[in-house]
Design a protein around this ligand. Sequence first.
Ligand SMILES: Nc1nc2c(c(=O)[nH]1)N[C@H]1C(S)=C(S)[C@@H](COP(=O)(O)OP(=O)(O)OC[C@H]3O[C@@H](n4cnc5c(=O)[nH]c(N)nc54)[C@H](O)[C@@H]3O)O[C@H]1N2
Ligand SMILES: Nc1nc2c(c(=O)[nH]1)N[C@H]1C(S)=C(S)[C@@H](COP(=O)(O)OP(=O)(O)OC[C@H]3O[C@@H](n4cnc5c(=O)[nH]c(N)nc54)[C@H](O)[C@@H]3O)O[C@H]1N2
Ligand code: SF4
Ligand SMILES: [Mo]
Length: 754
Amino acid sequence: MIDMAGVATRTAFRTCPLCEAACGLELTTRDDRIVAARGDREHVFSHGFICPKGATFGELAADPDRLRRPLVRRGGTHVEVGWDEAFEAVERGLRPIIDRYGPHAVALYLGNPNVHTMAGGLYLTPLLRTLGTRNIFSASTVDQMPKHVACGYLYGNPLTIPVPDLDRTDLLLVLGANPWESNGSLATAADFPGRLKAIQARGGRFVVVDPRRTRTAEHADEHLFIRPGTDAFLLFGIVHTLFAEGLVELGGLAGHVTGVDEVRELAGAFPPERVSAVCAVPAERIRGLARELAAAPTAAVYGRIGTCTVEFGTLTSWLVDVVNVLTGNLDRPGGVMFPLAAHVSPRPRAGGKGFHTGRWHSRVRALPEIKGELPVATLADEIETPGDEQVRAFVTVAGNPVLSTPNSERLDRALGGLDFMVSVDPYLNETTRHADVVLPPSDPARKGHYDFSFLALAVRNFAAYSPPVLPGEPAALDECDILARLTLIAAGRGATTDPAILHEQMLEQALQRAAAATGRAASELRALVTGDHPAERLLDIALRTGAYGERFGASPGGLSLDRLLAEPHGVDLGPLQPRLPEVLQTPSGKVELCAAPIAADVERLRTALGRDHDDLVLVGRRHLRSNNSWMHNVPALVKGRDRCTLQVHPADAARLALADGGDARVTSRAGTLSARVEVTDRVMPGVVSLPHGWGHGLAGTRMAVAAAHPGVNSNVLTDEFVIDRLSGNSVLNGIPVEVKAEFSDTGRVGEVLS
Ligand SMILES: Nc1nc2c(c(=O)[nH]1)N[C@H]1C(S)=C(S)[C@@H](COP(=O)(O)OP(=O)(O)OC[C@H]3O[C@@H](n4cnc5c(=O)[nH]c(N)nc54)[C@H](O)[C@@H]3O)O[C@H]1N2
Ligand SMILES: Nc1nc2c(c(=O)[nH]1)N[C@H]1C(S)=C(S)[C@@H](COP(=O)(O)OP(=O)(O)OC[C@H]3O[C@@H](n4cnc5c(=O)[nH]c(N)nc54)[C@H](O)[C@@H]3O)O[C@H]1N2
Ligand code: SF4
Ligand SMILES: [Mo]
């Protein structure tokens, strides 16, 4: 195509990799640049929806601060070097530590964008296996680990997570989520706001429970304030009512569930009047919610960050599903259902080994391993505490724990004391500035994309693959190659070994699995596999042997890489289908509603019933134009008013003599910071809110736009010693704080109060 200036442009379609919504983008490219991004109107799942972040896809990819060559630290500053030199520096830094102190002296932190890249989905497993360290940490334990643990016990696999059937439900109860701004999480739903409006348009309702009146709450049929950290009480009050009023109705689930009587017994301690005093939701509304959920033709309870990053995160996440089960809404249209992604093969029958934790424990605090990792809340302990297996080397891949994990100032200091650190990351930011070597992957426009994580959480089954939109840059290295070369170094195979060796090993393993699944010879299948890139070939095998696959010719018309390449707007695979009992991997082959570890933790909750609540607690928030810590370098996303403000209710502001626009000092057990005050009745009294992911401009970083809009780091205040016991998840909401007006050079800010 030729544009108005007579320059050749091209249109390309691809999935947006920036959040969990998986929208289709229509990109216009000119020469080697993306000049426009809009929503792909023909996309089978997003139908043209786009948010402000997706619209900056081109700017993000072309950010001048994005690293395009590796960096090595020399005499306190980072300098650009070639790839071989960078990997040689990694080998020199890492190998002696492994050889001398063993594998556990190396820790890894895997950040959020790993679930948004094919490299993260495919190439971390070999790296972790080869390193063989117990010290694996990730953003999961500042995010969704409670949901994994709850689902692990309920369904036998921590990845078996039901999602609300948004497009068919009659009643949606949303707890601790703000999908109007976050675009949803653990429920992939492009245009989440549109899907919520559609519930209302077809005569249904949605109710939001949140200590803030969020944009989602504003659009809801009802918004209930709740005291932070107390959703487990509210939900137990609902469960209590369901039993007390004879509203439990398993429907089609009867025969597939164990433990209902045990739950009834546990719920006895949580009558609505009792829990109401703790959670601040009126007892009559708690009973009302129970009755409405039971009476609705279909209903779904959905909880997110505000139900996970709290003291009783696992119990809360579990209770969300308990209510869905007791009202007969699990695994039925309009309730909560299990997606079936195209790269996944359905299981032949129910039953399995079940879910177990504690295969190893952390050295310093003896916290159990969960899902192959340790709580990031104890990472600094492992680095700082001397001993045989003290962490001396650190690898980060797509993570910024200095901004995203609790008591981040302590972690920041700890990273300064490491013997060696390497980061796979496109930015020199608050975390990677500590790295001896930074290995930047090519930008997202030059990578293929398939959502291994989110297609398994989508509210409608669909599949899409996007090949790279722009050709690779000559000096760039693909992220799969970076991870493969790190793996080869960990294996002692040398810094300059061709990563093709690992690609070939992975291909052969995938072919062996496919051969076993199809009863054909691996060599015969190999000849049929397509794809220009190692990740494409692995995807092709997964698609062909997956739930809708063409099975190497045995199911013509089924999915393969070629089929997805031919359908750039994605392939619709229909509404979610019931999957019980096949999906269950518990030893009993049933939904185990009351696993022993969960039941034991209820005692902790019961004890907390009698506790006084804190006067003032801190919660977080997300803004539509942000994405955790790493997109504040895009000018279009940070322009306008300061978004990193401390929201304070007018009653608290008056009590504490805080002025709108003035400064406040916020202090917690872990730390202290100064923040700009925004007085608003959007937060409930007794609650203040500060977004996370800010606190830029530290010495040694290279993100000029972010440094000009620094904000403050809310994780200076969160406490690494307060975690959800069952999941090890950090508690990032409901932090007790003290807030005081701060004096500035221009006089006492409090005086502006009229
Ligand atoms: N107080 C508080 N803290 C929170 C939260 C909260 O609600 N409140 N939320 C938590 C949640 S849910 C999450 S997920 C975490 C996120 O925590 P992290 O994952 O630690 O942090 P991010 O800000 O997502 O940083 C992502 C990093 O990946 C890099 N990156 C971006 N794209 C790529 C890529 O393609 N490849 C590679 N290799 N790197 C890339 C970025 O430059 C950045 O350094 O934060 C958590 N922290
Ligand atoms: N714009 C934008 N979108 C994002 C991100 C982003 O940073 N910005 N991050 C992405 C990531 S990694 C994730 S995990 C998702 C998260 O997706 P969401 O969970 O939808 O995002 P949050 O905005 O953190 O919503 C959490 C809500 O919980 C409320 N809350 C806090 N404590 C409690 C409590 O104790 N009980 C209840 N009921 N509510 C509470 C907060 O006020 C907040 O409104 O968003 C993703 N999408
Ligand atoms: S909602 Fe998420 S996936 Fe969709 S355009 Fe925005 S950032 Fe991209
Ligand atoms: Mo997250």
